[in-house]
Design a protein around this ligand. Structure first.
Ligand code: HEM
Ligand code: HEM
Length: 176
């Protein structure tokens, strides 16, 4: 079936997950990063960050399933030439990098979960070198670059290509 928009569940999940990821990136880089690991008060905001991140994993799995079983709009003329041909690999790269980011974060959280059993605990001295944490942080940087490229591509398409590009991730009649 040829469609002009993504499935409404996929569109809703796209914007909800985008909001949660922006929140976690902003909160991670500008709040959590600035609290010293020796501060017992760091564990509480970190728990909020981990809760949102864990919800991202669950929603991404649902989104992937919905994506695999629903029809998508065909590439625009622009997306079939030059830089535009990066559309499909870029979208899959976003899925893969979001999963690696969130799973590395989750594995880090798993290793420090016991600290929440007693109030007043602080993060361990080797926390900055913990392999899963290092992977998590590098992946958040890669994810930020991919998101910037993704938004730039959407704006470029809107300005110089198919003006209906944003509507593809919106709601309404889907049949062509
Ligand atoms: C954390 C932020 C974001 C992530 C992780 C993300 C991820 C994705 C992914 C994976 C797709 C492919 C469709 C799918 O499989 O669901 C997609 C499509 C799309 N996104 Fe985003 N997105 C984000 C933010 C944004 C923003 C801020 C905009 C608007 C400027 C936007 C505009 C679009 C559009 C227009 C499409 C459809 C593209 C097409 O059909 O070629 N996205 N996004
Ligand atoms: C896609 C979802 C996620 C995003 C975008 C994200 C983003 C971030 C960012 C930007 C930072 C700060 C990095 C820095 O120190 O420069 C961070 C740190 C961290 N995140 Fe996440 N995160 C996500 C999911 C998770 C999950 C699921 C968990 C655990 C359940 C988690 C646990 C942590 C931990 C333990 C830190 C280290 C805090 C520190 O070193 O001070 N994250 N995250």
């Amino acid at each position: 079936m040829s469609v002009t928009r993504y499935h409404p569940v996929l569109a809703a999940l796209h914007w909800l997950i985008a909001l949660m990821i922006f929140g976690n990136l902003g909160f991670g880089f500008f709040v959590i990063r600035n609290i010293p690991n020796s501060d017992p008060g760091k564990l509480s905001p970190l728990a909020g960050h981990m809760g949102v991140g864990t919800a991202v994993i669950v929603l991404m799995v649902i989104r992937l399933i919905v994506r695999l079983v629903t029809a998508h709009p065909a590439p625009t003329a622009h997306q079939q030439q030059g830089l535009g041909t990066l559309r499909t690999p870029m979208h899959w790269a976003l899925y893969v990098v979001i999963f690696i980011t969130a799973v590395a974060g989750w594995l880090t959280g798993y290793q420090i979960a016991h600290l929440y059993e007693t109030p007043g605990n602080t993060l361990p001295a080797d926390f900055p070198q913990m392999t899963t944490r290092v992977i998590h942080v590098w992946m958040t940087l890669l994810l930020s670059l991919l998101i910037i490229a993704h938004i730039a591509a959407a704006i470029r398409e809107k300005v110089t290509g198919d003006k209906t590009i944003m509507g593809r991730m919106g709601f309404g009649k889907r049949s062509a």
